[in-house]
Ligand binder design. Structure first.
Ligand SMILES: Nc1ncnc2c1ncn2[C@@H]1O[C@H](COP(=O)(O)OP(=O)(O)OP(=O)(O)O)[C@@H](O)[C@H]1O
Ligand SMILES: [Mg+2]
Length: 226
């Protein structure tokens, strides 16, 4: 479902942010992407939603070469992706429910459908009671869950989350990971960039490790590197 073939990324000459990445992520997988700061985790994610372009190599999403997608198809690709940014990017002049509704409103969905989907997303992240709050009046962990609800409200096929628990304490991080598990159980492919070894231990899953732009290990949960 996501395929990388000899993918390289150079932001500046003579320095590879990603260096010959070859990897296949199957539909429905739950994968951690790890590695030190600067290893290339965010870059790899940005290439999937085409915020950045590879310098070399091919990326296929759903068997389509995303480099070759015309504008309309790119739009469709982006709609099939849910993205959780580390800094949440919530709007403080809107309520929690309105923030979650944004992707659907952008797509021009009908009001009744938007209300139904927002209600479901709120329930999934356990925030129904916060629907009319504004983001700055709820806790950091709750804001993180709002960002997750917004990422999944459009029923994406793939959820990409970049350091989604970077600002949370362990207890809240575990709560957020349980939500990711629930999302994954609904058939959504989940790719999470994280430094958090404790959480990776607690939720053993396939783990891709980057080191200075190279994919240095691809480990099944607790299994061997291959
Ligand atoms: N826009 C950019 N312009 C130039 N260099 C960049 C840019 N974005 C990232 N880089 C460089 O590419 C490399 C990989 O960065 P990236 O942000 O992908 O790492 P990361 O693994 O996500 O790190 P972190 O854990 O700190 O978020 C780093 O050397 C970084 O400095
Ligand atoms: Mg990063």
């Amino acid at each position: 479902m996501i395929e990388f073939y000899h993918v390289h990324k150079q932001y500046v000459k003579s320095q590879f942010a990603l260096n010959d990445i070859n990897v296949t992520i199957e539909k429905g997988e739950f994968i951690f992407l790890t590695g030190a700061s600067g290893a290339g985790k965010s870059t790899l994610m940005k290439l999937i939603f085409k915020e950045e372009l590879p310098s070399k190599g091919q990326i296929l999403v759903d068997s389509q070469n995303i480099n070759l997608l015309p504008g309309k198809q790119l739009h469709k690709l982006r709609r099939s992706l849910g993205i959780v940014f580390q800094d949440f990017k919530l709007l403080d002049n809107r309520t929690v429910a309105e923030n979650i509704a944004i992707p659907l409103l952008v797509q021009g969905e009908k009001k009744t459908y938007v209300e139904k989907r927002v209600g479901e997303a709120l329930a999934l992240v356990g925030l129904t009671h916060r629907r009319n709050y504004i983001p700055s009046h709820i806790s950091g962990g709750e804001q993180q869950r709002v960002a997750i609800a917004r990422a999944i409200v459009g029923s994406p096929k793939i959820l990409l989350a970049d350091e989604p628990t970077g600002n949370l304490d362990t207890e809240l991080s575990v709560e957020v990971f349980r939500i990711f598990e629930r999302i994954n159980a609904n058939g959504i492919t989940v790719l999470i960039a994280t430094h958090d070894h404790h959480l990776m231990k607690l939720f053993p899953r396939r783990t891709l490790r980057l080191d200075k732009g190279k994919l240095v290990s691809d480990r099944k949960s607790g299994g061997e590197s291959f």
